[in-house]
Design a protein. Structure first.
Lengths: 332, 266
């Protein structure tokens, strides 16, 4: 494979560079034209420019970065763990169940009980769905089983979100289904960022610590076991890591689909199909993709913004179809 | 003889409706204000909502409905009044069944409010009462404007849950103007009820931020918009005000109270 010639360092370096550019572009894009120099040079939170940069654009861009990284990383981890190229938090229903957990906590006032209630709700929801997926799919590597299980879990999750919002005490709850199903980082503040960050960070560490296990797992469970990995323990670490990070991401930004599917697939050829190397580069790739999607959202709509999930699904949906067609050809 | 029995100004060539049912809040309120109590058969349940209704004390023991066809028909109404923007299916259904349905338009100015009140008087056969109400409103507005004429004009932006603002061609915009405010959202080119980005709001630097705080305590993303820290910085230096919902949600004489309320805060 020619592409393997790209070294880890070169790949990570170029991803970081692109991420850097995307992040600064995101800080410059918005409905009001402001001078970044003026924003930085003035006293914090006194001038209009610094208020817009530090209270509106910076939290938004950081959140897009962190949520994108989480989704990319979780996608790579799930694909490795289930040894299935179509595994992705959105497709197998983890995101919808995370949203469900967050919705229950958020609309019934529990989020005010403690700062960690909201991401914890997301975690519990996400965990529930991963456990169901494991029970349904088991050790089967069949793509069809996984997709069908995902369809069912997604449908149940979406229906329960609608149900919970229907009975929520707030008059706005029903309109907000769109946010939870399509995701957005608009008008999010530093508060949401700080609430989600600890859970996301713990989740990332758990996933990243299992890289070598994922490498071993490509050779099969028995081999991984004989190489000294406690398969069940690592499996739980990965599941909890995905649940914590995706649960927290979804609880502040809603369900943003397809990032975790598209990114690992695009990057896989560059890392020599090695799951461990895929993890960190998928996180960077996910961050880039979500930042770019959020810039697109702001450029293409004025006032009433389109939701992030619309953009990611428009890109990811056809990609998903392409992957299904490809895998069907392989099966034939 | 007949003429002396009827109310002054009534149209005798047309039969005066005697069994009126309302299926919307604004129609409920106008019925309670303009029609005789004996003409009213049923009001919508919105009229008893303390967050929205201005006429809650006047409802008494009048039967309430939930704006559905099934609830309206048993009254065999000779007139149904409804809002033009709500319960469309109910309206269409009732018309197909042959009931007389009159729809209240959503006025976008005080002038249109007067037209609506006049129409409502004609529909229900209470023209004189409607005219008196219009005259009274006009008087009150002149009085309010002269009372606060010495205060300087101020700029304002309305910020509601979900980031919506009031632009031009809205009743609220006219109320703000009459109360001596420049609505910066309207000047920005926002028309009707639209979302405004937090950035544009901060960049516009209004003297006053008018926040719909009726929902601040409800748990929803919509309220999270209002709780954004960037807004707190603006609000800390400025004022946060809100017209009570019952005064502004429907067209009617309570609009002058809304104008007085806003003018007094200027």
């Amino acid at each position: 494979m020619k592409l393997e010639a790209i070294s880890s360092r070169a790949l990570l370096g170029s991803l970081l560079l692109v991420l850097f550019i995307a992040f600064f572009t995101a800080l410059m894009v918005g409905p009001v034209d402001i001078s970044l120099f003026k924003a930085i040079s003035s006293e914090p939170d006194t001038s209009m420019e610094s208020l817009i940069l530090f209270e509106i654009r910076l939290p938004r861009a950081l959140l897009a970065l962190l949520v994108g990284a989480t989704l990319g990383l979780a996608g790579a981890a799930l694909q490795g763990l289930l040894r299935n190229p179509l595994a992705e938090p959105g497709i197998i229903g983890v995101s919808n169940f995370a949203a469900l957990g967050a919705v229950v906590v958020f609309y019934y006032g529990l989020s005010q009980a403690a700062w960690f209630a909201l991401p914890l709700g997301g975690l519990v929801g996400a965990l529930l769905s991963v456990v169901i997926i494991f029970a349904l799919v088991g050790k089967s590597r069949s793509i069809v089983t996984l997709i069908l299980a995902g369809v069912a879990i997604n449908a149940i999750g979406g229906a329960l979100i609608a149900l919970v919002l229907n009975f929520a005490p707030s008059p706005y709850a029903m309109q907000e289904i769109l946010f939870w199903l399509l995701g957005s980082v608009a008008n999010r503040s530093t508060n949401e960022l700080l609430i989600a960050l600890p859970f996301m960070a713990v989740g990332w560490l758990m996933i990243l610590s299992s890289g070598r296990f994922l490498n071993a797992l490509t050779l099969g469970e028995e081999t991984a076991h004989s190489m000294g990995f406690e398969v069940n323990r690592y499996r739980w670490i990965l599941v909890l890591g995905v649940a914590a990070s995706v649960g927290a991401a979804v609880s502040v930004a809603g369900n943003i689909g397809f990032i975790g599917l598209v990114v690992p697939h695009l990057i896989r050829p560059f890392v020599g199909y090695e799951p461990r190397r895929l993890l960190i580069s998928s996180a960077l790739g996910g961050a880039i993709l979500l930042l770019v999607a959020d810039i697109a959202v702001q450029l293409f709509s004025s006032g009433g913004e389109i939701k992030l999930g619309v953009i990611t699904s428009l890109v990811g949906g056809p990609f998903f179809l392409f992957l299904i067609l490809k895998s069907r050809n392989m099966m034939l | 003889m007949l003429i002396s029995l009827s109310l002054p100004g009534d149209d005798n060539t047309k039969q005066r409706p005697q069994r009126i049912v309302s299926t919307g809040l604004c129609a409920d309120q106008l019925l309670l204000m303009i029609a005789d109590r004996s003409q009213i058969e049923s009001l919508s349940s919105f009229v008893t909502d303390p967050n929205m209704s201005y006429m809650i004390d006047a409802v008494g023991d009048l039967p309430l409905n939930n704006s559905s066809v099934e609830e309206v028909i048993p009254y065999q109404p000779d007139l149904v009044v409804a809002s033009s923007f709500a319960a469309r299916d109910t309206t269409r259904f009732l018309r197909r069944l042959g009931y007389e349905v009159k729809l209240l338009n959503l006025p976008t100015t005080l002038e249109e409010t007067y037209v609506l009140l006049r129409e409502f008087g004609e529909w229900t056969g209470n023209e004189a009462r409607a005219e008196a109400m219009i005259g009274q409103m006009k008087l009150e507005i002149v009085e309010i404007q002269s009372r606060y004429a010495h205060r300087p004009e101020k700029s304002v932006i309305v910020y509601s849950p979900n980031g919506y603002t009031i632009g031009s061609n809205t009743l609220e915009n006219d109320i703000l103007n009459k109360a001596g405010y420049r609505n910066l959202a309207a000047e920005m080119g926002i028309d009707g009820f639209q979302q405004i980005s937090l950035e544009s709001l901060i960049a516009a630097k209004p003297d006053l931020l008018y926040i719909d705080n009726n929902v601040i305590n409800s748990d929803s993303l919509a309220s999270a918009y209002i709780a954004h820290p960037a807004l707190e910085h603006v609000v800390a230096q400025k004022h946060q005000i809100s017209i009570p919902t019952p005064l502004r949600i429907c067209a009617g004489p309570m609009l002058t109270e809304a104008i007085a309320y806003m003018a007094q805060k200027r």
